[in-house]
Design a protein around this ligand. Structure first.
Ligand SMILES: Cc1ncc(COP(=O)(O)O)c(C=O)c1O
Length: 378
């Protein structure tokens, strides 16, 4: 933390409204609020509460430790952690009623052993690898995994609450892998059904699939990025989603410099005329990518401009020409976009990345401020 006036303002109402909108698009399925990675940078607990307030009935995290934080704060909605590496705190998770994603046959034995020791059944979701080749059990090992889970369930050591998978290319509508993955998921469900498993929820849809693939909604959808108001599909407009995070900092210094002044480390920007430079106290130590040097968009002094020169650890400069900006006035790096400021999508576009990375990388050094209207100057 620090005393300079930089903040990531988070509009929690936007998060609630976004998840409500996604719930209405979910063909009657339940919605899971995905809060991994500190709620995509928006703050784990405030985001989780806003998602539940907006109608999410489940919460999803990558790791058990993230789900434990939800429990420690008293949030008792069903919650799943879907990456469970060797050595993960299984007993603590079972004890805290955290559902476990299972991507290997061996994990079933480990979970069953932990449940036996604890004297309490675990809740698991078996993950099928339907074609992403990341987490999940491949088709070859699926029948054996399902059979092992059914045996452990019969012994009272676990309950198979869910069956799930994840899309590789749902952000590219029409990609042939989408239909293929849905087909393989149906086959996996059928095998599980024949083995006697009766899950409460079958789930496959991330944000892109929630918005564009009703046939993938099943019983539960897991939209992450869209609930934070950002599009999972580049160029997809008219979704009605509202970006929840605004990153801004009060201009710390303004100075007039002559033509030909080299600006910031390495002189990667040189003024072509006498001009005013504004210093914005946010840098790569705050999660502003150094690659935004000379390309990052910023709203400052009433207009949209571009970062001038190298992004430093704690600061960058903006050439504002003959315009003026008062010190203390906010420079906005990104926000909802309706006040002339850039969006996280704009940042992603100039940096050849995705908006997920832009919001998630904002470091803990930047205070999160929770405000109804993220553009308030208060
Ligand atoms: C298993 C799983 N489900 C859902 C999501 C949410 O994805 P998105 O943010 O694209 O909606 C993720 C995120 O990567 C994930 O790993």
């Amino acid at each position: 933390m620090r005393s300079s006036f930089a903040e990531a303002r988070v509009d929690l109402d936007a998060i609630s409204e976004n998840i409500a909108l996604l719930g209405r698009r979910a063909s009657g399925a339940q919605t899971m609020g995905v809060v991994k990675a500190d709620g995509y940078g928006h703050g784990l607990l405030p985001a989780a509460r806003a998602l539940l307030a907006g109608g999410a009935t489940w919460l999803g995290t990558a790791f058990i430790e993230e789900a434990m934080e939800l429990r420690a704060a008293g949030l008792d909605a069903p919650a799943i952690a879907w990456i469970v590496p060797p050595g993960a705190p299984l007993a603590a998770a079972i004890d805290a009623d955290i559902d476990l994603g299972v991507s290997t046959r061996g994990l079933i034995d480990d979970i069953a052993a932990a449940a036996r020791d604890l004297g309490r059944p675990a809740r698991v979701h078996l993950k099928a690898d339907t074609g992403m080749s990341r987490g999940g059990v491949t088709a070859e090992y699926w029948p054996d995994t399902v059979a092992a889970a059914a045996r452990a369930e019969a012994e009272g050591l676990l309950r198979v609450v869910g069956l799930f998978s994840h899309f590789a290319c749902s952000d590219e509508p029409g990609h042939p892998s989408i239909a293929a993955q849905i087909r393989v998921f149906h086959e996996a469900l059928e095998i599980a059904d024949k083995a006697g498993l009766r899950p409460e929820v079958r789930h496959l849809a991330n944000s892109a699939a929630t918005l564009t693939l009703p046939e993938a909604h099943f019983d539960l959808v897991r939209p992450g990025i869209a609930s934070y108001g950002l599009s999972p599909i580049p160029g997809l407009t008219g979704t009605g989603l509202r970006p929840a995070m605004t990153l801004r900092a009060a201009v710390a210094l303004v100075k007039r410099v002559p033509a030909g002044s080299g600006v910031s480390y390495g002189y990667r920007y040189t003024t072509d005329r006498a001009t005013n430079l504004a210093l914005v106290p946010l840098g790569y130590g705050d999660g502003v990518p150094r690659a935004a040097t000379n390309v990052g968009p910023v709203f400052a002094g009433g207009a949209r401009r571009t970062i001038s020169g190298t992004v430093c650890m704690d600061q960058f400069m903006v050439d504002i020409g003959d315009d003026t900006v008062e010190t203390g006035e906010y420079a906005v790096l990104f926000g909802p976009g309706d006040g002339g400021e850039p969006t996280a999508q704009d940042w992603a576009d100039v940096l050849s990345t995705i908006p997920y990375e832009i919001v998630t990388r904002i470091s803990p050094r930047v205070p999160r401020v929770y405000a109804k209207d993220a553009r308030d100057q208060a």
